[in-house]
Structure formats: C-alpha cells, structure tokens
Write a new protein. Structure first.
Lengths: 248, 248
DNA sequence: CGGTATTTTGAGCAGTGTCAAAGACGGTGG
DNA sequence: CCACCGTCTTTGACACTGCTCAAAATACCG
C-alpha cells in the first residue's frame, strides 16, 4: 500500500492525469520509465546554473526551489516546488540550465533520464501534451509572480504568497487553509517576493499584528483566511484547474 | 513568393521547427490546419481576462502583449510578443483566460481553433513536444522577468529589457543590435518592468545621458551595445537556443 | 551549554512613487 | 497648409516605501 502510494511513477501519473486525462496505454508506458531514487539534504543542489541537465527530477518528498543569481549578487527565487511535483520538465529542452534548483528541505527525488522522458513523450502524444499542460500551469504561476512583484506593495505581496502556498498545498491534498508548515527561512521568502529580509520581517509582523496570521519558525497559522485572501488580492483562478479530456 | 512567406502556417512550422525538428509528416499536418486571418487595430483585445478562449492566435504581423490587472488597478504586462510568434498556446489548456491579450500595434493574426490545435497535437507527438518546447522558452523569459523586476534596480532593469528586445528581434531575423523600432509607449514599458511611467522616463534619460542609447518616440538607437549589455546585466542564454532533434 | 543561524528591532537614507504642469509630437478637420 | 486637440513625454518638488547597516534577541543543534 505504502509502496503503491510512494511509487514515484504513480505520483507522476497522478500528476499528469490531473492535467490531461491519460489512457491506460499511456499509464503503462510511464510505469516502465527507468529511474533512481535519491535522498538529499536541505540546500543540496539538483542543478546548478550553467550545468548540463541529464535528468528530470520528480520530487516525491520535500520542497524545492528554483533560483537565479543576478549581477549584483542578489538571488531571486522563481519557483517553489511542493511534494509530488515534477521538476525540470522545464530544462528538458535545453542542454544547459540557466538557473539553479535546490532543496528547501531534506527530500527524496526520483531521477529519470532526460532522454527517457523525451522518448516517452515522442511515443505518446497524450503524455507530451500532459507535460506541456503541466508547464502551462507553472507558467501561469510565474506570471502571477511577475504581477505580484511588479505591481503589488510589500504587504499585499507577502499576503498573496501566503495565500498561494495555502491553496497549492490544499491542491496537493494537504489541509492548509487554517495553517501550514512553511519550510522556508525569511531570507528565502524575501528572495521569493523581491524584498529585503528585514522588510519582509516587518510585513510579517504587520500581518500578525492585524490578526490575520500567527507565525513561528517555519509555521504559518492563518487566523483569518478570508481577510488574508482579501488583503492579498488573491484569486485562485490562475492555479491548476481540473484536467481536460482530449477527444481524439 | 510573398504568399509563401506570409502564409501563417508556414510561419508556425518554422517557429516550431526551431524548437524541435519536425518531420515532413508533421509539417504536412500543420499545413492542413484551419484558420482565418484577421487584422486588428492597436489596443484591440484578442482575449480579455475572464473570457472563454476559443482560438489560438498566431501573430503574423505586429506586436502584442499579455497583461494582468491587480486589485489596486495597476497593470502588469507579463509577456511581449513579436511578429511571427504564436500566442495563446498558453491558454489552450484552460477554459477561461486569467489575463488579457492585446495588440501593441495594428497587426494581423491567424486564428486557429483551439480544438484543431489540440487534435493536431494529440495526433502528432512531435508537434505536441514542439509546442511544449515553445512554452518552455516563454517560461524561461518570464522567469528572467521575475528576476529582473524582483532583484534589479530601475536603471538596470530598463537596460536589461532593451537588450532582451534587441536580442529577440535579432532572433526573429530583424537587425536590431544597433537600434530598433519599439512600438510601445513609455506607459506600457513602465507596466512591463514594474515602474512608474515618470520614473521610467528618468531612467531613459539617464541611459541617454550616459551615451548608451538615443531614443525618439517609438525608436531606440543603441549607441553602445556592449555598454548597455553590461549595465543591463544581460546574458542571452535564457533565450531561445537552436532546436534539438528528437531521435525516437 | 556554547555556537551558529535566524529573527527582530532601531535609526537613517536612498530609490521610487505621487501629483501637477509644461512641452512635444502626430493626427484631423477645415 | 494650418490650427487644434489629444496623447505621450518630460520636468519639478515632495512624500513615502522599502533598503542599509548594525546590533540585540531568540531559536536551533550538537
């Protein structure tokens, strides 16, 4: 039972199937993918900026993030990945990664050779489409981040991010609307929303003081979900929607 | 000859082929896609936030952009599209658009029914993969924008955007490194880089004063490309790379 | 229990935004 | 061809958000 659930390929199938309904043939093909499982520590690099990408990682446990270092030395996090999400479907079409991918917590990954994924997609169009759809969902989130960072002030920006995490965790089947474990330091959150750690901290305090959340290291308690949602200008419509069936 | 070149489906084939090499069968299938051509004025909406998406647009002439309105009324532009680029491969997997798509200039589009694209991709895996790869390239640009807006100051941010446009235009076969027509008002550019029009204007002036560029309405002359590149912390590696062949 | 990483607070400052008005440009109608 | 008008750009003065630097307080870990 546990092996069933924790089988990485099963997780991948479920995930893709939520994007676009797969046939039994598709599923069977995915189940044949070669992979190896590894466990890595918090902070470990899966891919470094400028490195060759050989594998596509599937995050079976733990959290990860993608980041980019700019000229001045600043770091910007451009995606956060939650347990069960496939990584690096992104870099699959390029030889060299343009940013880093690291674990936010200790985590377990299934590494699938890039070539195997490409061959699978080439052989099964629905799988290619599901991966395309998965990337489409990710793009949608990244666009929202552009809007969030570009056009919302610090307080709203932080509130928005907290809402997004809650919503995505719920999507992943983890109850989070009342609060959740957020395995990020304030430094990391600051690099996600384009603020200074110091200023981020002040915004957290403001959110706490207004009774919307309560926070301890790594934990966010949401005391007033509607309020946080409203303040954060959060509308979940940019997130994943139910899969569409493809009638061929 | 002209019909050859301006045939929207030929443009689409070329574009996808740059992402991932297509076979003759794939090309033939694309050539059979139904489409209708329309010409629209500057500012016209292709899709509005919240609207149903029925077609996938291919921009044969002109420029377009995608934008999102946030709660406070601000607008953030999340993508700029150049002539020859396919639009809305993005929204193809969702019933309702989460942002608007508008023309930046008068432009011509080929509208291809969403269903036809989906059926095509389902029937030809390489085409699905090419579209996926195309979206991957777009995601890469949007990520860079997150880093640009989140972690670079106003001056660098603007310089970076100007470099990106030059590079993308060159990619599209338009000589631009010495200067180009940039069909955007300063208001629009400001909404792209997350600045106020007033402040954007000052940054433009600064770039002019330091001899890097010269600008007149809608035209950017690049006087010192290496200098602009350096100031703008611009490295083109996040942009489109040559297509990879798929050996199946 | 000590050492290190993280969070919190303070004070002062810089960068960017706001508001307002003047200039320039480009299109239109007479 | 000119005058007018609306849009876009430019400039100024000032306010405020968010950043910097520095230090203290707190949590975590061996």
């Amino acid at each position: 039972m546990i092996t069933e659930i924790s089988n990485p390929l099963r997780i991948l199938i479920d995930r893709l199937n939520r994007r676009l309904v797969l046939t039994e043939t598709d599923r069977a093909a995915i189940r044949l993918l070669p992979f190896k499982t590894i466990t890595m520590e918090r902070g470990a690099y899966l891919v470094k900026e400028g490195e060759q990408v050989k594998n596509c990682g599937l995050l079976t446990e733990g959290f990860a993030f993608r980041s980019k270092i700019v000229g001045g030395g600043g770091r910007q996090i451009t995606s956060i990945y939650m347990p069960g999400e496939p990584l690096d479907l992104h870099n699959i079409f390029r030889q060299v990664s343009t940013h880093s991918l690291q674990l936010l917590t200790r985590g377990t990954l299934a590494l699938i050779p890039r070539e195997a994924i490409l061959a699978l997609a080439a052989a099964h169009s629905r799988i290619a489409m599901a991966m395309w759809a998965d990337m489409s969902a990710e793009l949608s989130v990244v666009r929202e981040w552009v809007a969030n960072i570009g056009r919302r002030n610090a307080l709203i920006r932080v509130a928005h991010l907290l809402c997004e995490f809650a919503a995505r965790l719920e999507d992943a089947g983890i109850r989070a609307q009342a609060g959740y474990l957020l395995p990020m330091t304030q430094d990391e959150i600051a690099d996600t929303v384009g603020l200074t750690p110091v200023h981020l901290n002040r915004m957290f305090k403001k959110l706490s003081d207004s009774g919307l959340i309560r926070q301890r290291r790594g934990t966010i308690l949401i005391l007033d979900w509607p309020g946080l949602r409203k303040l954060g200008d959060f509308h979940s419509d940019y997130l994943l929607k139910p899969a569409i069936p493809v009638t061929q």
